[in-house]
Write a protein that binds this ligand. Structure first.
Ligand SMILES: C[C@H](O)[C@H](O)[C@H]1CNC2=NC(N)=NC(=O)C2=N1
Length: 115
């Protein structure tokens, strides 16, 4: 299995297939700190990052924002004192696509690069 962190998101189109259970299981091995939550009937990949204060949470949010713009794939971000909650899903297909797992892996890399 190729490393999700190195992959690029593909342009997502309406009607693209959501990940199968087998694919999800395979991808989740590479992003074990993320869990799947369902809200408004849409499954989402989510992780709460603990950081030392609000400024650091904001710095991480901005790092994730840069990657999102580079990849053309965007998260929901909740920035709080000492915490950043990142949630990935694909709006166009109201579900999970490989892109979401790629971005989760890239988010982990951004967190690891925080000073
Ligand atoms: C036009 C623009 O590229 C699309 O709307 C992109 C923007 N970012 C996106 N981000 C996510 N998470 N899902 C999408 O379907 C999506 N679509």
């Amino acid at each position: 299995m190729a490393q999700l962190q190195q992959m690029k998101c593909e342009a997502c189109r309406a009607g693209a297939p959501t990940v199968t259970d087998e694919e999800r299981e395979e991808y989740q091995k590479q992003v074990p700190d993320w869990h799947i939550v369902e809200r408004d009937g849409i499954p989402r990949l989510e992780r709460v990052f603990t950081v030392k204060d609000f400024a650091t949470a904001l710095a991480l949010a901005n790092k994730v924002g840069v990657i999102a713009e580079e990849e053309g794939h965007h998260p929901a971000l909740l920035t709080e004192w000492g915490k950043l909650t990142v949630t990935w899903w694909t709006h166009k297909i109201r579900g999970l696509h490989r892109n979401d797992f790629i971005m989760a892996a890239k988010t982990d890399k951004a967190y690891a690069s925080l000073k």
